[in-house]
Design a protein around this ligand. Structure first.
Ligand SMILES: Cc1ncc(COP(=O)(O)O)c(C=O)c1O
Length: 397
């Protein structure tokens, strides 16, 4: 059975399994191999440890790059807001789910990143789907890097725009595609830091192409903001507020929270407030989230945690020489394995040795490039990283 919930509770005795084909996964997903098991892994996290089935493992799979998920300032801000005004927002922002904390966070993010305006959204997926859909119709042409995050891919598909995909980081190919499509409404779309490879888009070259071909450039820097660039403002740190640039960031990574934001001009974002369906028709985030993310933003702005993250990345790279790592200087360090089976075996061997590094397999990555996606955090200790490298060498070499 596909999606077998290995760790889920047994089916209640009063429920009979339904043989009906409308609930048979093979009816709906005939293309999926039936041996494939994907399941939720019941776990609890404490700092950089994860408890899986009663076993404490060191977690090298979280996007909590600065350890802010558990920072006392972040937790206190959320708790105080919940105590003052409850948890759920109750409705979408345009109805009654809006909150002054959201406006304060939007204003602070816009100023910090150098843009005129900012709009908070429920998640990065909602931001990307809604943004591309709001800006596109069937006359729009979207030019996307082939390794873009799934939400950018789906946003372009669902928008009804005409899609053009360029090979990963291939600027001459993008230039050629743009030259061949002199349409009025065009948009280049790219991850900043690529989520499964950990490498980076060349923002300066993308912006040059956007200027030369008079297009909009959408950068999703979910993994860069807070960690990289001048004052850790992300890969676009030198270009905030550029007239061709619109940017998406998320709170689920370096900020240690949940949710997302879009940055651009007043005019563009005002249009999104009128048109963006994933904002208009979705329940607003609980006010505790912007409250906590204001605390995260202050901590990010102090710049005190990021040097530890970068030291940790260098420690990992020094101790992991000889391993088949995909070249990356970011917190995302993918170790290429190849087949799905080999990646699962390697992941299990790491688990047995006390480390949690899940296997990432197709369709998340290309066929035969299954990998271990190792993520580093400022909250890891040097000795944890050194031990991980030692175990990786015994498992993968
Ligand atoms: C580049 C990128 N964009 C968007 C998202 C989705 O963000 P969220 O988890 O807030 O939906 C992710 C998620 O991991 C991502 O890696």
């Amino acid at each position: 059975m596909i999606g077998c919930l290995i760790d889920s509770p047994a089916m209640p005795s009063n429920i009979r399994p339904m043989p009906h084909r409308y609930q048979d996964s093979r009816h709906w997903f005939p293309e999926l191999p039936h041996t494939r098991q994907r399941h939720f892994l019941a776990s609890t996290q404490q700092g950089m440890h994860i408890d899986v089935k009663g076993k404490q493992l060191l977690n090298f799979s979280s996007n909590d790059y600065l350890g802010l998920r558990t920072h006392p300032n972040v937790k206190d801000a959320a708790i105080k807001t919940i105590e003052a005004s409850g948890f759920g927002s109750g409705a979408s922002r345009l109805v009654c789910g809006d909150h002054p904390h959201m406006h304060q966070l939007e204003a602070e993010l816009a100023t910090w990143k150098g843009y005129e305006s900012c709009l908070m959204l429920g998640s990065g997926v909602l931001a990307n789907l809604g943004l591309i859909q709001a800006l596109s119709d069937r006359h729009t042409h979207v030019f996307s890097d082939k390794l873009n995050h799934a939400s950018l891919v789906d946003g372009a598909r669902l928008s009804g725009a005409k899609n053009h995909r360029f090979n990963h980081l291939d600027m001459p190919m993008l230039a050629q595609l743009l030259a061949n499509n002199p349409a009025q409404k065009r948009m280049i779309v790219s991850d900043g830091v690529f989520s499964m490879d950990g490498d980076c888009a060349d923002i300066a070259r993308l912006l040059n192409l956007a200027e030369e071909h008079q297009t909009l450039l959408l950068i999703d820097d979910a993994h860069g903001i807070g960690c990289l660039g001048h004052q850790y403002k992300g890969l676009t740190s030198q270009f905030g507020g550029h007239e061709h640039l619109v940017e998406v960031g998320t709170f689920g990574k370096a900020f240690g929270g949940y949710g997302a934001f879009i940055l651009g001009t007043h005019e563009l974002l005002e249009g999104l407030r009128q048109r963006m369906r994933t904002m208009i028709y979705s329940t607003a985030l609980p006010a505790a989230i912007p409250a906590a993310m204001l605390a995260s933003l202050s901590l990010i702005q102090t710049g005190t945690l990021q040097p530890t993250l970068h030291e940790n990345i260098q420690t990992f790279l020094q101790h992991s020489q000889g391993l088949p790592l995909i070249a990356s200087q970011t917190a995302i360090q993918p170790l290429l394995i190849g087949t799905d089976t080999d990646a699962l075996v390697a992941s299990q061997a790491l688990r047995d040795a006390g480390f949690f590094v899940p296997a990432i397999r197709p369709p998340t990555v290309r066929e035969d490039t299954a990998r271990l996606r190792i993520t580093l955090s400022a909250a890891h200790r040097h000795q944890d990283i050194e031990q991980l490298s030692t175990v990786l060498k015994s498992v993968c070499l």
